[in-house]
Design a binder for this molecule. Structure first.
Ligand code: RFL
Ligand code: PHB
Length: 389
């Protein structure tokens, strides 16, 4: 088989890239290790930056998002039984969209299927060959049969545990990592959200986040030790702990119900450099991870796709490789800023196991400064709604 671009991974990054390329007349094949239902079963991100929202529209998949998504023009930060609001519209002249990763991925699958996009599921033993040569190809197995795709470019959209990043030799690849000493226990419940905006809460018992998917679907998180598992947490125990970590007035309004999903995610900051090696490009979680405190994971994937899609269009339409040649540098410049923002928000809001009284005072000073200072709110708002591509 031959194609122009072989994309590894049918998560949001891979699907969005193949959809955008298709609209420019560029052919791709997407290889996915799992099934579509498996990918759609993962409950992950919920907040889209305004630039990502535009990119979804440009990809022709914005219709349901625009109809069913919720525009948020601010967020609430709580600490010590007290809360304040950061107004994105006033401080950064932009908003975000609350629309779940599951729904966005479903829309991308529907679009690829409607346009006969080629996605091969249940692939095993994917290996990228001659990525640094003139004629790269990808080998893999499906149902025990070996197959090969020859292509111009390979794009690794295969997440943190994929094979693409590891294809780049260790002598070329440099990895930067910070692992946080806690995780997030997340619960999805068919209950109305406690508030019409997200609430990020720093409490003496640890971090909590009140988020949502729609008017009868809420997403809540609490910081938990890394050695806990979802089975340690009954629904009642989760709701009790959440109520103790948010301001009393909000806790009184919280409507609880059975969880329909419960999972624990570890928190990590990670970047690999470079994001291009020969004919291989890395996008999304394959190249970088952020802690979820700032909702940047999926959004950084989208900015990679933005740069790579434009670079590929420039090459296939105008024969100019400038966009591809500058991809890694441009993508990384933006990634590091999102890494900084997620790290800053994580530091400000979590309870660290070894935190001293001094560290706690620093967090409090950070929160008080943010609450009282318009410039600090402007910095936060600009980062939260998304820095320009
Ligand atoms: P994905 O979504 O991980 O998709 C990668 C796809 O590649 C497939 N794959 C392979 N296919 C073929 N061959 C191989 N060898 C393969 N290896 C892997 C996988 O099956 C999968 O389908 O990466 P992508 O597309 O870059 O998208 C990134 C986002 O999914 C990610 O940044 C966010 O979901 C991160 N994230 C969150 N971000 C937020 O902004 N807010 C959140 O609340 C939030 N929660 C989360 C998260 C990530 C989590 N992970 C990775 C465990 C919660 C969790 C649990
Ligand atoms: C979510 O709704 O899942 C969500 C929202 C904001 C975050 C992280 C997760 O910062």
């Amino acid at each position: 088989m031959r194609t122009q671009v072989c994309i590894i991974g049918a998560g949001p990054s891979g699907l969005l890239l193949s959809q955008l390329l298709h609209r420019k007349g560029i052919e791709s094949v997407v290889l996915e290790r799992k099934t579509k239902d498996y990918v759609l079963g993962r409950i992950r991100a919920g907040v889209l930056e305004h630039g990502f929202v535009e990119l979804m529209r440009e990809a022709g998949v914005g219709e349901r998002m625009d109809r069913e998504g919720y525009i948020h023009d601010g967020t609430v930060i709580a600490y010590d039984n007290h809360q304040f609001r950061v107004d994105f519209a006033a401080r950064a002249n932009a908003t975000v969209m609350v629309y779940g990763q599951t729904e966005l991925t479903r829309d991308l699958y529907a679009a690829r299927e409607a346009e006969n996009g080629k996605i091969i599921y249940n692939v095993d033993d994917v290996s990228i060959q001659d990525a640094d040569g003139a004629a790269p190809y990808v080998e893999f197995n499906v149902d025990g049969n070996g197959q090969r795709i020859d292509c111009d470019y390979v794009v690794g959209c295969d997440g943190f545990h994929g094979v693409s990043r590891k294809t780049i030799p260790e002598t070329v690849r440099k990895e930067y990592e910070k692992v946080y000493p806690f995780g997030w226990l997340g619960v999805l419940s068919e209950t109305p959200p406690v508030h019409d905006e997200l609430i990020y809460s720093n409490s003496t018992r640890g971090f909590a986040l009140c988020s949502m998917r729609n008017e009868n679907l809420s997403r809540y998180y609490i910081q938990c030790p890394l050695d806990h598992s979802p089975e340690n947490w009954s629904d009642d125990a989760f709701w009790e702990e959440l109520k103790r970590r948010i301001p009393e007035e909000t806790a009184e309004k919280l409507i609880t119900g059975p969880s329909i999903e419960k999972s624990i995610a570890p928190l990590r900051s990670f970047v690999t450099e470079p994001m291009r090696w020969g004919k291989l490009f890395l996008c999304g979680d394959a190249a970088h991870i952020v802690p979820p405190t700032g909702a940047k994971g999926l959004n950084t994937a989208a900015s990679d796709i933005f740069y790579l899609y434009h670079g590929m269009a420039q090459f296939y339409i105008d024969g100019d490789t400038e966009g591809l040649d500058s991809y890694s540098e441009k993508a990384l410049a933006r990634i590091w800023k999102a890494e900084r923002f997620s790290w800053w928000m994580s530091n400000m809001l979590h309870l660290y196991p070894e935190q001293s009284d001094f560290d706690r005072k620093m967090q409090r000073a950070e929160l008080e400064f943010l609450e009282s200072n318009e410039s600090a709110q402007k910095v936060m708002a600009e980062n939260y709604v998304g820095l320009p591509f």
